[in-house]
Design a binder for this molecule. Structure first.
Ligand code: SF4
Ligand code: SF4
Length: 154
């Protein structure tokens, strides 16, 4: 369970986030968990939890949120934003948090570019896997098994 140190909370954090374009409805989150239940990243990583990130940000846990690797795991797919009953745009809030993390020195500026390159590479791998699935099934099976073995997933 996470420990909340009251005198380390930043009461201004939530206002700074909500002042950024795309994050205007951030404070309306009522912690229903629909975002986490919808998220394709949460589906494969039980430690990734959009609802928890928002809760921590609302509480003012600035350091914990901005230093967390979690804010870089979001695949920016908008599924959570579309389904949120409060109209909270978590996808854009993640962008705001990433820019804050860079601005406040939690990660070097190159991180944003590196993550964008990883996103392009992920799409390329997906594209090629689907192409092989239809055009060269044996190559698809080989690649799939190789990737699964390298990643330790099945
Ligand atoms: S779906 Fe919306 S209201 Fe529910 S926890 Fe996520 S951001 Fe908050
Ligand atoms: S935008 Fe990010 S947090 Fe939201 S569902 Fe997609 S991957 Fe998950």
């Amino acid at each position: 369970m996470e420990t909340i140190v009251l005198n380390k909370l930043d009461p201004n954090f939530k206002y700074e986030i909500a002042a950024q374009p795309g994050a205007e409805r951030f404070k309306l989150c009522f912690s229903c968990g629909t975002c986490t239940a919808t998220c394709p990243v949460a589906e494969i990583d039980e430690n990734y939890n959009p609802r928890r990130i928002i809760r921590q940000a609302l509480l003012g846990m600035r350091h914990q949120v901005l230093s967390s690797r979690s804010i870089w795991l979001c695949a920016q797919c908008y599924a959570c934003s579309v389904r949120c009953p409060q109209g909270v745009n978590f996808r854009d809030i993640i962008s705001v948090l990433r820019h804050m993390a860079v601005k406040e020195g939690y990660v070097p500026p190159e991180t944003v570019k590196d993550i964008e390159e990883i996103d392009v590479l992920s799409q390329r791998i997906r594209h090629e896997l689907i192409r092989y699935y239809f055009e060269q099934r044996d190559k698809f099976e080989q690649l799939k098994q190789f990737i699964e073995a390298e990643l330790g997933v099945r």
